[in-house]
Ligand binder design. Structure first.
Ligand code: HEM
Length: 259
C-alpha cells in the first residue's frame, strides 16, 4: 500500500491534488503550435504565388491589404495579422522553453541517451529544440519587418528586400528551420494526441513519419523555388530598387506600362 493512500486513510490529512496546470500548458503549447504550423502552410502558398507571376503575387498582397473590399490599400491590416502571429509565437515559445534542457548536464544526459537509443523520435525531438531555438531570433527579425513595413510587400518590394537588402541569407536559414520545426511538430502532435489511432500504432507511426518527410520536402522545394524567384527578380530590378510594382492593367490610361 503506498503512502498517499495511507495519508488519505488518516482522518484530517489532505492528499496533495496533482496540479492540472502542466497538462493545460501542454495543451496550449500543442494548440498554438498547430495553428502556427497551419499558418505557415498558408503563408508559403501565398508567398509562392510569385511563381505564377508578378501580377498573381501583387493581387494576393493587395487582397490582404483590403484593396478589393475598400477600394484602396490598408497595409495596417497586415500589421494586425502579424501582431497576432507574433503573440502566438511568443506564447508557444514561452511554453516550449519549459521542455528545453536548461544546463550542460541535461544537454549531455540527453545527447548520451539519444546516442545510446538511436531512436529516431528522440533525435527528431532534439532537432525540434535546435530549430525552435533558432526561430526565437530568425522569425522575430522577419516579423518585425512585416509588422513595421507592411506597405513594402509586393513583387518588386519583396524581391528588392530579398536581393538588394540581402534578406535571402535570413530566409534561407529561416526556411529550413521553420519547415523542419513545423514538420516535426505536426508529426509529434499526431503521435502524442493519437489523431489517427488505428489497430497497429507502429504502422500508423511509420505512415505518419513518411507523410511528415513528404510534406517537409514538398515545402522546402516550394520555398527554395520561391526564394530563387524573388532573387531572380531582385537581381533584374536592382538598378531600380525601391520602385513600387503596379500591374499594367492597373495603370491609369496613358501611363507607361511596367515590363
Ligand atoms: C503574418 C505574418 C507574416 C507575414 C505577413 C509574412 C510575409 C512574408 C512575405 C511578404 C515574404 C516574401 C519575402 C519578403 O517580402 O520579404 C515572406 C517570406 C518568408 N517568410 Fe514570412 N511572413 C509572416 C510570418 C512568417 C513566419 C512566422 C515565418 C517563420 C517562422 C515566416 C517565414 C518566412 C520564410 C522562410 C520566407 C522566405 C520564403 C521562401 O523561402 O520562399 N514568415 N514572408
Amino acid at each position: 500500500m503506498n503512502t498517499s493512500s495511507q495519508a488519505a486513510a488518516v482522518p484530517g490529512v489532505q492528499r496533495a491534488r496533482k496540479s492540472r496546470w502542466p497538462a493545460r500548458l501542454d495543451w496550449v503549447q500543442s494548440a498554438s503550435g498547430l495553428v502556427l504550423a497551419l499558418f505557415m502552410w498558408g503563408h508559403m502558398f501565398f508567398v509562392s504565388t510569385i511563381l505564377l507571376g508578378k501580377d498573381a503575387m501583387w493581387t494576393v498582397t493587395k487582397a490582404f491589404e483590403g484593396y478589393f473590399i475598400f477600394g484602396r490599400s490598408l497595409p495596417w491590416l497586415v500589421s494586425v495579422v502579424v501582431a497576432g502571429v507574433l503573440l502566438l509565437l511568443v506564447v508557444h515559445a514561452l511554453l516550449a522553453v519549459r521542455k528545453f534542457p536548461i544546463n550542460y548536464a541535461q544537454v549531455r544526459a540527453f545527447r548520451d541517451h539519444a546516442n545510446d537509443m538511436k531512436h529516431e523520435d528522440t533525435t527528431l525531438w532534439w532537432w525540434q529544440v535546435v530549430t525552435g531555438f533558432a526561430l526565437f531570433f530568425l522569425a522575430s527579425m522577419h516579423l518585425f519587418v512585416m509588422l513595421s513595413r507592411p506597405d513594402q510587400i509586393g513583387p518588386f518590394e519583396s524581391a528588392d528586400r530579398v536581393w538588394s537588402d540581402h534578406y535571402w541569407v535570413l530566409y534561407l536559414v529561416l526556411l529550413f528551420a521553420v519547415e523542419l520545426h513545423g514538420g516535426i511538430g505536426l508529426y509529434r502532435l499526431a503521435v502524442k494526441w493519437n489523431w489517427f489511432g488505428g489497430a497497429n500504432p507502429d504502422a500508423t507511426r511509420k505512415k505518419l513519419k513518411t507523410l511528415k518527410w513528404a510534406l517537409t520536402v514538398f515545402f522546402l522545394v516550394l520555398g527554395l523555388a520561391t526564394l530563387a524567384a524573388y532573387i531572380k527578380i531582385g537581381i533584374e530590378h536592382a538598378p531600380r530598387a525601391g520602385e513600387i510594382y503596379t500591374p499594367a492593367w492597373v495603370q491609369p490610361a496613358g501611363a507607361p506600362a511596367v515590363k
